[in-house]
Design a protein around this ligand. Structure first.
Ligand code: KMH
Ligand code: ZN
Length: 274
């Protein structure tokens, strides 16, 4: 039985296909990378969809087709991003839930995001949370900063538990504008999590990927990896495929005496509908 959730975030919204031709942007590439990642040990996929021009889109038809294809062709828990890109309107981000994912990301506050702003005003956070409860979609609370940990306390106090009764958090560390990708920041964030949190993972952006993964394993957390978050395996060594990052996560987990969970084990952990 596995006790390590590995989430793969294969695409993201920030990297251009022209800068990274191996980034999976078409539906076929996404399903292929999801299948390879599942075979390597991932149990959940965090999905950003791209259009025919390979740019991020929140088109409802594409989102629905993507969820269906991933459900048909993989066993993975399918989590859609509601963060989208920094340019997506809030209304479009709420409509992501119409596509019927198992899970959705839900960021707990506005963050400077490089030179841009990732907008998550409190009324939007509450609307998205209530909608996830209504639609029976399990949120993954994305925390980019320590203040967002306190926003999660406030949300749960005010609106109760998510659908499924479990509370899963992902610490997104090392974004320029958010908390740093350091063991110290991870320990401070984990110490401040609400008691209602039942599981948490962490991911480090760019070169913080490895230190954050090691810190997370040391504190008993789970792992998110993928080309959304890092495009190199080491200095000057590009990631050619997401399953390399998943395989590395499995290896690190095994060194920490943790075995990767199956998607069904992840469903039970997260409270996702069967
Ligand atoms: N692309 C970022 C602006 C999420 O998926 O919910 C937001 C993001 C978080 O990636
Ligand atoms: Zn994302």
């Amino acid at each position: 039985m596995g006790d390590l959730l590995i989430t793969v975030a294969p695409t993201g919204a920030e990297t251009a296909k022209s800068d990274c031709p191996q980034l999976p942007t078409t539906l076929e590439e996404l399903v292929g990378t999801a299948q390879r990642s599942e075979a390597a040990g991932a149990a959940m996929v965090h999905v950003h969809v791209r259009g025919d021009d390979h740019r991020p889109t929140l088109d409802g038809g594409r989102l629905r087709a993507t969820v269906e294809a991933l459900h048909e062709q993989t066993g993975l828990v399918v989590q859609l991003s509601t963060g989208g890109s920094v340019h997506d309107p809030l209304e479009d981000r709420l409509r992501v839930l119409d596509a019927g994912p198992d899970s959705c990301s839900l960021t707990m506050g506005t963050t400077n995001f490089g030179d841009d702003v990732f907008l998550n005003p409190w009324p939007f956070v509450q609307d998205l949370y209530r909608l996830s409860q209504e639609r029976e979609v399990v949120p993954e609370f994305e925390l980019f900063d320590l203040g967002q940990v306190w926003a999660l306390h406030r949300l749960l106090d005010r609106h109760g538990l998510p659908y499924g009764g479990k509370v899963h958090v992902d610490l997104v560390m090392g974004v320029p504008g958010g908390m740093p990708g350091t063991a110290d920041a991870l320990v401070a964030s984990v110490a401040a999590l609400p008691d209602a949190v039942t599981s948490w993972s962490a991911t480090g952006i760019g070169r913080t990927a490895l230190p954050v993964a090691l810190a997370s394993l040391s504190k008993g957390g789970h792992l998110r990896v993928g080309m959304e978050d890092t495009l190199t395996l080491a200095r000057g060594v590009p990631v050619e495929h997401n399953d390399q990052l998943v395989a590395r996560a499995v290896e690190l987990g095994r060194l920490a005496q943790r075995e990767p969970m199956t998607p069904d084990e992840a469903r039970a952990l997260l409270g996702v509908r069967p």
